[in-house]
Design a protein around this ligand. Structure first.
Ligand SMILES: *Cc1c(COP(=O)(O)O)cnc(C)c1O
Length: 436
């Protein structure tokens, strides 16, 4: 493919996501020609360490030979067929394996994270309607939550920059206190604060459970909030409250699923399998190792049963054209094979301990506050960060060969699992250079 003059051409022809296009005059996008493991390589051969896994999707590096091989094999069989009226081996096998891993089942597929959020919200509402409780129409999410940016998903998202402009288009939802451990009072433990946040949720449920369909939350790490972390006890307590008040729990593991928090799914840290905690599980991002868009919602037999009927309208009549795309499902199967064959969760535990060690100097830097770590995510806040800190940090890191994008004054690392020690050192040294 031609690589000449990509910058003026992208500015003229492409509307980039989450971007004020005018700012690209100052900070032009990188024109990436290829990738190799955790590295992005531009047309001049310059290499950048992908420290945030291309927006949290990449698990096993770019151009991974094993995922590539699975896709090449699938390409010669069937690239796509509609999933209404047809089925195929990759979608069946993926659904069976996700069912075994989570204790949930009846996998329903979408293409992006936001579509998984829409599916879970609609399914929960429709379950209550089919169960003779049509008044359960409202949703709860957490302060500073992020669940995607289509209108339904944005309604339960709580990021002012993304939401305020569109407020007139959105349905109201309630935001309960965030369990973010940074918000604990001095002297209060993260555990104690999480229980206090759960008590706030209970107060809302005590008054509004009758009209509430579900609470949606990001288990253990609120990503877009700047990697806000909280202990598993909060999830346990919310599960109890959802049982007590008859409200669904939707676990949005779009960002934290597939090993990011140190277990295959974050909910496992609060219960043996996801099914011990969540009624619905939303997955996307890492599901295909960052290769192809795919999302999935899993739920309980009891939810599924409420839709199973002779009447068409009691069914879940939701669809996307690319639902269950065979190539994407095949990439997801290759990812699950990698987890199994390479015992990735155990290997990551060792890698994470090593990286935490390498980051000690960063954690002790005088400008660093709230240094935190869960699984394969590290984050900290920067004291006295000037306006424009994030862009400035991003630009300086690029000059040193690292692709990283702080969220406001929070810097985070979410590297592909194939990162090795020399790259960990580069990341730590680059961060120290950018901080001084
Ligand atoms: C990224 C993300 C989404 C939305 O996924 P898209 O594929 O960007 O639509 C939803 N929830 C969480 C927690 C996410 O991190």
């Amino acid at each position: 493919m031609s690589d000449s003059n990509l910058l003026p051409r992208t500015l003229a022809a492409v509307w980039h996501p989450c971007t004020q296009m005018k700012h690209l005059e100052r900070t032009p996008p990188l024109a990436i020609a290829r990738g190799e493991g955790p590295w992005l390589i531009d047309h001049d051969g310059r290499r950048y360490l992908d420290a945030i896994s291309s927006w949290w999707v990449n698990l096993f590096g770019h151009a991974n030979p094993r995922i590539n091989a699975a896709l090449i094999d699938q390409l010669s069989r069937i690239e796509h067929v509609m999933l209404a009226g047809c089925t195929h081996a990759p979608v069946v096998e993926l659904s069976e394996r996700l069912g075994q891993l989570t204790g949930l089942g009846h996998a329903f597929y979408g293409s992006d994270g936001a579509s998984a959020t829409e599916i879970a919200l609609k399914m929960s509402f429709h379950f209550w309607r089919n169960s003779g409780r049509p008044e359960k129409t409202s949703f709860i999410s957490l302060k500073n939550s992020y669940h995607g940016e289509t209108l339904g998903a944005l309604s339960v998202t709580d990021v002012a920059l993304f939401k305020d402009t569109y407020a007139p288009l959105l349905r109201h939802s309630h935001q309960a206190m965030s369990p973010d451990s940074r918000l604990a009072e001095t002297g209060e433990s993260a555990h104690g604060y999480a229980l206090r946040a759960a008590a706030d949720l209970e107060a809302h449920l005590a008054a509004h459970a009758g009209s509430t369909a579900a609470i949606i939350l990001e288990p253990l790490v609120q990503g877009a909030a700047g990697m806000a972390m909280y202990p598993p006890v909060y999830l346990k307590r919310v599960r109890e409250l959802c049982d007590q008040y008859q409200v669904h729990l939707i676990a949005d593991e779009i960002a934290v699923g597939f090993g990011r928090t140190g277990t295959l799914f974050a909910c496992e840290q609060a219960g043996e399998k996801v099914a011990a905690i969540a009624d619905f599980l939303c997955l996307s991002k890492g599901i295909t190792g960052g290769y192809l868009p795919l999302s999935c919602v899993l739920t309980r037999d009891a939810v599924y049963a409420a839709f199973y009927d002779d009447a068409t309208a009691r069914g879940f009549l939701h669809s996307h054209s690319y639902t269950g795309n065979p190539l994407a499902c095949r990439a997801a199967l290759a990812v699950l094979d990698l987890f199994e064959q390479d015992a990735v969760i155990a290997a990551n535990r060792i890698k994470a301990a090593r990286f935490s060690e390498i980051l000690k100097e960063v954690a002790a830097h005088p400008r660093v506050r709230n240094f935190r770590h869960t699984g394969m995510i590290w984050a900290f806040d920067v004291a006295d960060a000037a306006p424009g800190f994030s862009d400035e940090f991003h630009r300086r890191a690029l000059e040193l060969g690292v692709f990283i994008r702080p969220i406001g004054h929070s810097v985070y690392f979410m590297p592909p699992y194939v990162i090795e020690e020399p790259e960990m050192h580069l990341l730590a040294e680059t961060t120290l250079a950018c901080l001084s």
